[in-house]
Design a protein around this ligand. Structure first.
Ligand code: HEC
Length: 125
């Protein structure tokens, strides 16, 4: 019908500015939030990274399967360990300690990562 076609055509320029305005508002909102979002992503990457190293290297013994190993997130079990000092613990992990092989089997880990792993396991979940 010619009337319907006319209505459709006349409605086009009415909607277009609304759609454009919404698009611009959405874009502006994302732009102003960008730096905060990037920082949050970076922080969670560091945490995820330590968590994933724990999951691949330390978990097999420290999740509780190996009775001699202090259990991860068992604060009471870690307290006497932490009392030795983080640098002593780091040295013990690097050289191997009791039934624990050198570097807790994370051969790619640097000192900073091993310290973070110790603090991660010593902290409550
Ligand atoms: C093959 C098993 C095993 C793996 C894998 C392992 N550990 Fe251990 N870990 C142990 C055992 C067993 C002990 C307790 C040794 C003892 O007290 O005789 C221990 C103790 C420790 C201690 C305390 C050392 C001290 O001075 O009392 C730290 C710190 C530690 N582990 C960190 C780690 C970290 C970090 C990782 C992963 C990168 C890891 N471990 C992986 C078995 C393991």
């Amino acid at each position: 019908m010619p009337v319907t076609t006319q209505q459709k055509q006349s409605s086009k320029p009415y909607y277009l500015p609304v759609v454009m305005t919404v698009a611009v508002l959405l874009f502006t909102a994302c732009g102003s939030d960008e730096s905060g979002a990037a920082t949050a992503v970076q922080d969670s990457n560091i945490n995820n990274n330590i968590g994933s190293i724990y999951n691949t290297s330390c978990i097999s013994c420290h999740a509780g399967g190996n009775a001699a190993a202090p259990r991860a997130h068992d604060v009471a079990a870690w307290q006497p360990k932490l009392a030795k000092g983080i640098e002593v613990l780091l040295a013990n992990v690097k050289s191997g300690f009791g039934a624990m092989p050198p570097k807790g089997m994370c051969y790619d880990c640097d000192d900073e990562q091993l310290r973070a792993l110790i603090n991660y396991m010593a902290a409550p979940k």
